[in-house]
Design a protein around this ligand. Structure first.
Ligand code: ZN
Ligand code: ZN
Length: 447
């Protein structure tokens, strides 16, 4: 079943809104929308606030699109895309064409949802097969089939196995090989969990050892991945049960039961069985991440710092401004959550200021705390940048420029943006708003 594309969807939504029959597009995944409202309330948010009023609808739509693979059929995709292709001319020795000869599609960029914590994870997928029976498959179908299984709640090894076995079944080649390079956000450390997995059938299955096998070696050299990496693959596969960072960090706080049942009902609405053993702890793990963005905690933390923040670092009455020089604090790590889609965005914040002298290390660490505080609630990047600027300005003498650079999981996982793209937002206060030279100097100094 093909899902509606973005445009059709918006049209349908607009139609519903114009008819006045639905105030919020409630006919789309009503269970998920109801659950998201409970989660927002659990975070202390006002569900009627302008910025998040449509968040339940956006989350429902993102989740539905992100799991549309449950409703797609591989046989239908591959059928009609098998083309006759002869092997070598008679008596020639070798393999090529529709009989033998490796075919590889590399670097397919996919997104999947982690079944352990419900965060999207990034997948670079490589698929290869050895044709047989004098037929080949349309190359675009390999990525279509991979996407069918990526658009479900997954873990990397099962994803690789499902892509592999479904291609083996539908194309019936001599063998199929699948290698996935996966990246999962690690919220605790502010870094990434990386995992490479592989799956093979037919000739690739017969000789399982990735390191001592000609066909795997050929496959990896065509992927331009060094054999040492493939060696690591094998090692990492053994520890796959802990690939999701939320599994390693069990929290002691138990989320409110109303929120747990809300997430459970979301799983059910997606067509999953919340009692499937891999999913049993998922609502708790998802919530232990989500609760980092509770609205009250940020205010509590900021108050604790209020004393430090208000103490002026330098005379800001204008008398000593002739000695002012421009300083900057670059690459302060940033993690936050998009209030429109309840998905993380992450990157760095750069802060520039005019001062008689550079601030001391203690105060530098407070800047990082401020960035962290404002990241710890539902946000949009523009507001986050403004809030950081307004908070640090009195503390840095009043003349401040703040630049946030971040990648948004919501844009990547919905296919709106490509891998590696990012968004920059700028806030300027005081002298930076009128002094274009100072602004240019600071922007030019950014890494
Ligand atoms: Zn996870
Ligand atoms: Zn978003």
């Amino acid at each position: 079943m093909g899902a509606m594309d973005e445009h059709q969807y918006e049209m349908k939504l607009e139609g519903a809104l114009n008819l006045g029959c639905m105030k919020t597009g409630m006919e789309i995944e009503p269970e998920i929308q109801a659950a998201v409202r409970i989660l927002l309330q659990g975070l202390g948010e006002d569900v009627d606030r302008e910025g998040i009023k449509k968040t339940p609808l956006r989350v429902a739509k993102a989740l539905r699109d992100g799991t549309k693979g449950y409703k797609q059929n591989v046989q239908e995709i591959v059928e009609g895309a098998l083309f006759p292709e002869a092997g070598l001319e008679n008596n020639r020795v070798g393999q090529a064409g529709g009989v033998g000869g490796l075919v590889i599609v590399r670097d397919l960029n996919l997104y999947s949802y982690c079944e352990s914590c419900l965060l999207p994870f990034q997948v670079k997928c490589h698929v290869g097969y050895v044709p047989s029976g004098q037929q080949v498959v349309g190359l675009s179908k390999l990525s279509r089939v991979a996407d069918v299984f990526a658009k479900r709640l997954q873990n990397p090894q099962r994803l690789a196995d499902e892509i592999c076995s479904s291609l083996q079944l539908s194309i019936r080649p001599t063998g199929v090989a699948v290698v996935l390079e996966c990246l999962h956000i690690d919220f605790q450390s502010g870094g990434w969990e990386k995992l490479m997995v592989s799956s093979g059938s037919g000739v690739f299955q017969d000789q399982k050892d990735v390191n001592n096998n000609n066909i795997w070696t050929e496959f990896f050299s065509l992927l331009k991945i060094q054999s040492s990496v493939s060696g690591n693959t094998q090692k990492r596969i053994n520890s796959i049960s802990h690939w999701c960072p939320s599994e390693a960090s069990e929290t002691s706080t138990i989320p409110p039961s109303g929120m747990i049942s809300a997430v459970t009902s979301m799983l059910r609405a997606l067509g999953e069985d919340p009692l499937r053993k891999e999913l049993v702890g998922t609502p708790t793990r998802f919530l232990s991440w989500l609760m980092n963005f509770q609205i009250c905690s940020i205010e509590k933390k900021l108050n604790a710092f209020a004393g430090n923040m208000l103490e002026p670092n330098m005379k800001a009455n204008g008398e000593v401004k002739c000695n002012m020089k421009a300083y900057s604090e670059l690459n302060l790590p940033l993690w936050s959550m998009c209030e429109h889609h309840l998905l993380p965005f992450y990157g760095v914040v750069h802060i520039g200021y005019f001062s008689a002298e550079e601030i001391n290390p203690t105060r530098k660490s407070i800047l990082q705390e401020v960035v962290h505080f404002y990241g710890s609630k539902l946000q949009v990047q523009e507001r986050l940048t403004k809030e950081i600027a307004e908070t640090v300005a009195p503390f840095l003498g009043g003349d401040v420029i703040v630049v946030a650079e971040a990648s948004h999981t919501c844009m990547l996982s919905r296919g709106v943006e490509k891998f590696g793209s990012s968004t920059a937002t700028v806030a300027v206060l005081g002298r930076f708003s009128t002094d274009s030279e100072a602004r240019a100097l600071f922007l030019g100094s950014l890494p």
